[in-house]
Design a protein around this ligand. Structure first.
Ligand code: FAD
Length: 537
């Protein structure tokens, strides 16, 4: 599907995070009706997420919705696809999108392309970390982590086995950059301030350890300022293991590069940042950490109309001679700049080189301590922590978020820690679905998204050809259908409809393929059943 309208030009932005959001917003501001230009964003999230405030969600000081800026609210006039970019064909100038829900795939051609997909976490090099590490990338991760920290206190409060009690009260954070230090500070703050409600746990039983591969924490801040941050956290009971990495993990320990085994039930992972898979597969020049190299106009050299911005871009920093670091303020200003330059191209005007000079670096280490670097000046303590809040307050474009943040920050400063838990579980892996006679469960021609097992009722498998319809099979309780399109990533070649009131158990594609990959006997059983008409869908 490619719904390009006539001669209208189209900008496709991949990723609706800081860079993508700002690029779209700037283009909306500059676009004239006579430009005949459609702006499209494809993003796996429906909001711009303020990651810098996420540690405070983990610490229970800020409500998650106050750091989410819904794209549809703030980008009216932009066509939004809640899809995942699967790949880009630079020769055909097309992007291929995979639906986040159960809908057909989409392909879109572009005149201008902005690649702003951020980065991903790749823990495959560290055995056990993918399974037992608690990730910190999405708002769901933050919610889950907050609940997990409180759950550890709940369990420890009544645990009598001293070894298990120590494991429950030991919290390990892998990574000593912004995310690791801010999350470590918030986690430490939460568990220590909550102790007044857990009288059976003594403060000296709590251990929060931050592991960093570098010789010091917060390497993007000046050494002296970072040292003040480290001293503050040490005073609050945090310990550091520097020049060290977590090399592997199990459900009850983190193994360090020093050979130490830390007994723990909590390994928070902020390290392992890797290039986005779509970016990894793009045949363009990349820097040593897999970011797309651009010229000073944020364009990808040799490709007409293709730009990159944010964490997935290596954009020259004209002031330092190096490339820009992957941080929030660079991502937003690069997004703005790409928006300006694309509109300059559309209007036949000269492009401007990217020359943003970052004068401010901020970090928030708990409720009352912040670090701020402003040009040559650096500050640590309460005033910088207010300054950090002011920066976010003005950066977040939504008044709903701003008012919410003020209310959250005020109550966190005045009231005891909030121990409310929000146990939001993911949708059941196996979902029961009911269909009445005549309703279609699977439609011929659609992509495969689920596998089905019949628990009650009867269905028929029908193949349509023009106006002809042929019933291939009738299936009942204990029988299944829909696996072939999932295993072969193909479309459905028949329709399945209920012939009476029918209940099926259904498994989503990702869960089904994970099951088949881990249980080869399942895959073999499916191959053996191939050939029967019902087993071809
Ligand atoms: C916990 C945490 C704390 C941080 N704290 C700080 C801080 O204090 N200061 C600071 O300067 N920086 C901080 N950062 C880094 C900062 O958030 C990033 O530099 C910034 O988000 C980069 O912006 P971006 O637009 O490149 O990527 P992102 O904001 O990550 O946006 C990427 C977008 O792409 C979308 N996407 C991903 N895959 C696909 C796909 N296949 N198809 C379609 N869309 C896709 C995502 O949904 C997202 O919308 C922190 C990061 C984290 C995770």
């Amino acid at each position: 599907m490619d719904a390009k309208k006539g001669d209208r030009k189209r900008v496709v932005i991949l990723g609706g995070g800081h860079a993508g959001f700002h690029a779209a917003r700037r283009m909306l501001k500059r676009r004239k009706a006579s430009d005949d230009l459609d702006i499209v964003i494809a993003s796996s999230e429906t909001s711009e997420v303020y990651h810098g405030v996420m540690p405070q969600v983990i610490g229970g000081r800020v409500q998650a919705r106050n750091l989410l800026v819904p794209l549809r609210n703030y980008l009216p006039g932009v066509t939004f696809y809640h899809y995942e970019a699967e790949r880009v064909d630079l020769e055909k100038r097309k992007v291929y999108l995979d639906p986040v829900g159960e809908r057909p795939k989409v392909e879109l051609s572009y005149d201008y392309l902005v690649v702003s997909l951020g980065s991903v976490t790749d823990l495959s090099r560290f055995p056990g970390l993918k399974e037992h590490g608690l990730q910190t990338k999405t708002i769901g991760d933050a919610y889950y982590l907050h609940d997990h920290l409180l759950e550890m206190l709940e369990r420890a409060a009544v645990e009598e086995n001293p070894d298990e009690r120590r494991r429950l009260l030991t919290f390990v954070v892998a990574g000593a950059g912004y995310a690791g230090i801010e999350i470590g500070a918030e986690a430490n703050n939460l568990v220590r301030s909550a102790l007044r409600f857990y009288p059976s746990i003594r403060p000296e039983e709590l251990h929060v350890t931050i592991i960093g591969s570098t010789p010091r924490i917060l390497t993007s801040m000046p050494e002296k300022l970072a040292a003040k941050g480290a001293a503050h956290l040490t005073k609050r009971g945090v310990t550091f293991r520097l020049n060290t990495t977590v090399t592997s993990a199990t459900s009850n320990e983190a193994v360090l590069s020093t050979g130490e085994h830390l007994q723990t039930r909590t390994i928070i992972v902020t390290a392992g940042i890797a290039p986005h898979p779509v970016v990894r597969n793009l045949a363009v020049d990349k820097d040593a950490i897999g970011r797309i190299k651009t010229d000073q106009f944020c364009r990808v050299p040799g490709l007409e109309g293709v730009y990159a911005a944010g964490d997935n871009a290596a954009i020259p920093n004209l002031h330092t001679g190096d490339t820009c670091p992957p941080t929030f303020l660079y991502a937003t200003s690069q997004g703005d700049h790409v928006g300006e330059n694309i509109m300059a191209e559309v209007h036949g005007k000269p492009l401007r080189p990217y020359s943003y000079r970052n004068l401010i670096e901020v970090a928030q280490l708990g409720n009352t301590f912040g670090l701020t670097q402003f040009g040559p000046l650096s500050f640590a303590g309460l005033v910088p922590s207010i300054l950090v809040r002011i920066v976010f307050f003005f950066k977040v474009p939504s008044w709903r978020c701003r008012l919410g943040l003020i209310s959250d920050w005020t109550s966190a400063a005045l009231l005891p820690p909030d121990l409310t838990r929000m146990p939001i579980a993911r949708t059941d892996m196996i979902m029961p679905l009911r269909f009445v006679a005549g309703q279609e469960i699977i439609r011929q021609g659609e992509p495969g998204s689920r596998f089905y097992m019949i628990s009650r009722g009867r269905v028929e498998v029908v193949r349509r050809s023009g106006s002809d319809e042929k019933v291939l099979a009738t299936l009942g309780p204990g029988q299944y259908f829909g696996e072939v399109a999932l295993l072969e990533s193909s479309g459905r070649n028949a329709t399945v409809r209920a012939v009476e009131d029918t209940t099926v158990l259904s498994i989503a594609r990702k869960d089904f393929t994970a099951l088949v990959e881990s249980l080869p006997i399942l895959g073999q059983a499916f191959s053996q059943a191939r050939g029967a008409p019902a087993q071809e869908i």
